[in-house]
Design a protein around this ligand. Sequence first.
Ligand SMILES: Nc1ncnc2c1ncn2[C@@H]1O[C@H](COP(=O)(O)OP(=O)(O)OP(=O)(O)O)[C@@H](O)[C@H]1O
Ligand SMILES: CC(=O)C(=O)O
Ligand SMILES: [K+]
Ligand SMILES: [Mg+2]
Length: 551
Amino acid sequence: MAHSLQFSISTPSTPFRTISKRIAFAPKGYIHIPKHRVKLSVRSEVASPASSVSVSNTAALHTTPFPVLPSFAEPSRETEAEPKVNGLRGTQRTKLVCTIGPATCGLDELEEMAAGGMSVARINMCHGEREWHRSVIERVRRINQEKVPYDTSIVFQDADMWTFSVRSFNSILPKHTVRVNYDGFAEDVKVGDEIVVDGGMARFEVIEKIGPDVKCRCTDPGLLLPGANLTFWRDGRLVQERNAMLPTLSSKDWLDIDFGIAEGVDFFAVSFVKSAEVINNLRSYIAARSCDSNIAVIAKIETVESLKNLEEIVQASDGVMVARGDLGAQIPLEQVPSVQEKIVMLCRQLHKPVIVASQLLESMIQYPIPTRAEVADVSEAVRQQADALMLSGESAMGQYPHKALSVLTSISIRMEQWWREGTHHQRMTFPDINFSPYSINEELCNAAAKMANKLGADALLVYTTTGHMASLLSRCRPTCPIFAFTPSMSVMRRMNLHWGLIPFCLNVSDDVESNLNSSISLLKARGLIKSGDTVVFISDTLQTIQVINVP
Ligand SMILES: Nc1ncnc2c1ncn2[C@@H]1O[C@H](COP(=O)(O)OP(=O)(O)OP(=O)(O)O)[C@@H](O)[C@H]1O
Ligand SMILES: CC(=O)C(=O)O
Ligand SMILES: [K+]
Ligand SMILES: [Mg+2]
């Protein structure tokens, strides 16, 4: 069983420019550690034309194994060695990204997550140490062993006075103190400002400023989770950040990026993207630094600016994440669902994979079953045919990471089936993508997908050198599974994020007939197709569509 690694780095911010910042945590034990999360009623912001960007220190690196699913059939002699390269595959269309944290970083847990349908493992570089990140990556690759303690959270009680401080406390934090890792905090904030934790988890009023310490009174009790995002509001408006023009990548981010390149991750996810520029910079950096690897760059959409520049950002990126956590702190909460749908549709049109992230099954951090509302939310993302769903705290530090993953799996399978069986949907029509070198392939894929649907084909097979032809097929969201063959391991791993693609690494020879025969016997050996099935075959070198009756 091969575990290939995929990864993304979600990068953040630079100091100074920012309003919203991650809060660093006091050593454990000193802070009141709650047994239960406080239930909060989140009220959305009185609509303010919040034009400012919130930046965070979050860096998220993401890593991934292929789903390692139980074998369905004995491999035939000629394909005996093949499962070692390709792992074992299921045919679920919606891909599942899991944030790895203390709850899931162990060998057994990772293995269980992979078996449970995880398509991509994500590591957030703002949590944990470099060695931990490396060890998770290694474990994802080779599955080995180590555990990390659970994170803690703080409860704020109504009217409590807290000190928010940028001082670096060497060992123990004084009582009722929160460390803020944004140096400009004490300067930027004003007495009377409202400080909002994570879009409404808790609220404070700024009472007094004493040097680097800011005294605040809790006005809306709630919870402070590690790495929480702070925004501050003045007269009902999000405070404009000081310098919106600084690059989105800090020097720590660049070090994390070097680390990701050295470790051979498959994706970087960049936090708080404002425009296409940062994506373009990162892409040229990757191209210059790693001649053979081709790490995909995912833009996290979580700021007001990123919504304004959405189309250019999507165009510049290899994929997009709807980062609903921070997004919900930047725009009124009731706008998040329609913005999500808009981003998902745009990505589909522009032919980029899209991940729907944050709070999908938030209550499962604590409870073994999801709320009905969460099930409805996940179902909606699957119905929108987003490429992937992502777990955050649920898999990183929740009490039921495996159950959360299996809930995602069963909702996806159910909704995908509903979609295929019903006439519930209108097929989306796309404008042409209009990249002229690809227009023939684009038409071929549209035609092949349509043909497969009309014929009720059992599978689409695609030979793809760069993955492009396969993602064009995925974009059509055909009814049958898409088996994608490529000679490149890294192309194979990146295809793992695309809706419906079941990627395989296969050495392709010049002889088309023999390539096709070996793919068919590989799929038959795995029980993914059988004699009598109809398969539609396309290839980026041949530019023809063939319909084959499986012998
Ligand atoms: N490596 C880790 N070590 C400890 N805790 C972690 C780790 N990774 C994630 N977590 C926990 O899981 C939670 C969710 O992680 P995640 O990275 O999705 O969210 P985040 O910190 O809000 O950042 P972002 O907005 O970039 O997603 C974190 O707040 C943290 O408590
Ligand atoms: C995933 C992420 O960064 C967010 O939801 O804010
Ligand atoms: K999050
Ligand atoms: Mg975020």
